[in-house]
Design a binder for this molecule. Structure first.
Ligand code: ZN
Length: 284
């Protein structure tokens, strides 16, 4: 126990215990000797107040295995809203645990690529910037940014939904500032011919080395992530993107499930990042 959660005093005494029904455990209670408030070991946990904590780990695994909200609610026998609350909680937990997981690591080879998905309709695209450490096979950041429709849909999109701002620069700034402390200053970056990457890579890592490669055609139509050529220099990141397309329900190529709220997509990617890293390190 760290101390009183209200006044941060270390002067507290044991004050009985209670039986927590939803995971069949006894929880120790304490009373602070300075502010006389009562608390327990559960007060400061992220799970505080959860009534269905038995399903937390199941939700974590199913959500990273292509199962939708509603199907998960049916499989686990809980309400759809419970699942939504679990997702918001898991995103917080995974972000916290991810920081712990990579805090003592330094990465020297990075691959960057963007994955395009949509917000409800193809007229409102979103870009997901993935920063992948290929030397240790860990994903460092997936950042969702709103982008305007491009190509043939641009005109239709503007007519129907009006001008759509691009938040890609803001997103890149956020992603790079988050991963900066964990990457070597002279690291090797590999990416495709994206226009904005060099600007941001050299802004955050002036001494870095950058190698860019021309994007090739996909091996099967509709699977742009897996390339036709024999040797793909940015295979790791393309493989990761292909895994995202296979494991996250909302990123499947043909699916009923779409993203309605970009913030939920960000939560989903944060949860998947931790799941992928734990699998990669053979922890789960
Ligand atoms: Zn106190």
């Amino acid at each position: 126990m760290q101390g009183c959660p209200y006044c941060h005093s270390n002067q507290f005494i044991k004050d009985g215990r209670y039986f927590r029904k939803n995971d069949s455990r006894y929880v120790q209670r304490f009373q602070c000797k300075e502010c006389f408030k009562k608390f327990s070991v559960a007060t400061t946990e992220l799970e505080c107040g959860h009534k269905k904590r038995r399903i937390n780990y199941q939700v974590f695994k199913l959500y990273c295995s292509g199962v939708s909200f509603n199907r998960m609610a049916w499989l686990l026998g809980v309400h759809r809203l419970t699942i939504k609350r679990k997702i918001l909680y898991l995103a917080k937990k995974c972000n916290r645990d991810h920081k712990k997981l990579i805090q003592n690591r330094v990465f020297s080879e990075i691959q960057i690529d963007d994955l395009i998905t949509t917000e409800h309709t193809k007229l409102k695209p979103l870009s997901v910037t993935n920063i992948y450490a290929s030397d240790q096979r860990l994903i460092l950041k997936s950042q969702v940014s709103q982008i305007p429709a491009f190509g043939l849909l641009a005109k239709i999109s503007r007519a129907k939904y009006g001008y759509r701002e691009s938040h890609l620069r803001k997103g890149l700034d956020k992603a790079f500032s988050e991963v900066e402390p964990y990457i070597k200053k002279d690291a090797l970056f590999k990416s495709d011919m994206h226009q904005l990457y060099p600007e941001y890579i050299f802004k955050y890592f002036p001494k870095a080395e950058l190698q860019t490669f021309k994007s090739e055609k996909g091996c099967v139509s509709g699977q742009g992530e897996l390339k036709k050529q024999k040797y793909d220099p940015i295979f790791s990141i393309n493989q990761f993107n292909a895994k995202l397309r296979a494991d996250l329900n909302r990123l499947f190529r043909r699916t009923w499930c779409t993203t309605k709220d970009p913030r939920m997509l960000q939560c989903h990617l944060d949860i998947y990042r931790h799941f992928y890293n734990l699998r990669s390190l053979k922890i789960i």
